[in-house]
Design a protein around this ligand. Structure first.
Ligand code: SF4
Length: 226
């Protein structure tokens, strides 16, 4: 454990928290809704997922049995706003089949690595989705990594450009205290900063991380150019 990394990670969190307040994630009324949102959000923005979820809700389809008794086309049609809807409809069906044999409540009391392995065996569930489900629906203290996390950490100089999912997850989990509330809100803060500032073309001048003196990416970038 490098205390310097811990210090930097906590300063980053504090700067984001001070700017955004506690974000109270994940948006979703039930554990199943959180899981479904985690699957639907693959390769799309959250506002598209919201539309898909509200369609499912309207039709009473946020329900394992209802999903399993519907056709792929029916589901695909409802989740159309989330993109890749045919593929995601199949993923939702596969996930609901999985839930028939693995109730959410029974997963919560299993060993974390066992649960993660089971989730990763479900078609359509990769590491980011599995970890989102584990943290936000099942309450396991596991750090979720996404494209925003990868970009932000590399720009602030905590990881290299080509750091893997596992490298980045390990950095957080080895240097932060294992605290579910912290893991929950830290990921939410990164998504918020990633959406609003640390985009492909970042808005560094307005970014709370830069304002707090914690990121010199834009300065380094302009000096590289000159
Ligand atoms: S200052 Fe710029 S590069 Fe650094 S975290 Fe903020 S938006 Fe991203």
């Amino acid at each position: 454990v490098s205390s310097n990394v811990t210090y930097r990670l906590m300063n980053l969190y504090q700067a984001m928290y001070n700017a955004n307040g506690y974000l109270d994630w994940w948006p979703g009324d039930t554990e199943l809704e959180i899981c479904i949102g985690a699957i639907l959000t693959q390769n799309t923005a959250w506002n598209n997922v919201e539309k898909a979820i509200s369609n499912l809700k309207r039709e009473g389809m946020l329900d394992v049995e209802r999903i399993l008794s519907s056709s792929t086309d029916e589901i695909a049609n409802l989740i159309r706003p989330s993109g890749y809807f045919n593929q995601k409809a199949l993923y939702l069906i596969e996930f609901c089949k999985f839930l028939q044999d693995n109730q959410l409540d029974s997963l919560k009391v299993m060993e974390a690595q066992d649960v993660r392995g089971r989730l990763l065996n479900v078609k359509g569930i990769g590491k980011e989705t599995a970890d989102s489900i584990m943290l936000y629906a099942l309450g396991f203290p596991i750090f979720v990594v996404d494209a925003y996390t990868k970009r932000l950490l590399s720009r602030v100089g905590l990881t290299s450009n080509n750091a893997s999912y596992d490298d980045i997850q390990d950095l957080f989990m080895e240097n932060l205290v294992t605290d579910i509330e912290l893991f929950n809100d830290y990921h939410a803060q990164i998504v918020e900063i990633g959406k609003n500032y640390c985009r492909k073309h970042p808005k560094c001048d307005l970014c709370p991380i830069r304002i707090n003196g914690l990121c010199t990416w834009s300065i380094n970038k302009s000096s590289r150019k000159s």
